[in-house]
Design a binder for this molecule. Sequence first.
Ligand code: ZN
Length: 70
Amino acid sequence: MEYQDKTIVCNDCGADFTFTSGEQEFYAEKGFDNEPKKCKDCRQKAKRNFSRPSNGGGGNRQSRPFNRTR
Ligand SMILES: [Zn+2]
């Protein structure tokens, strides 16, 4: 099966982005059925927000579980 680059409109910011054939292949390989709804920028932003919830700032002294010096 051949993939072709596809232009998708980002659900978030409304910008066009390209869902490349390579990415489509990658998605298919991973078994993802659906196409990305957001451009890379927005996906990255979402990821950052997810891993770093803003919590007012300050008093962030928890020691992290993976805190080994390497
Ligand atoms: Zn976007």
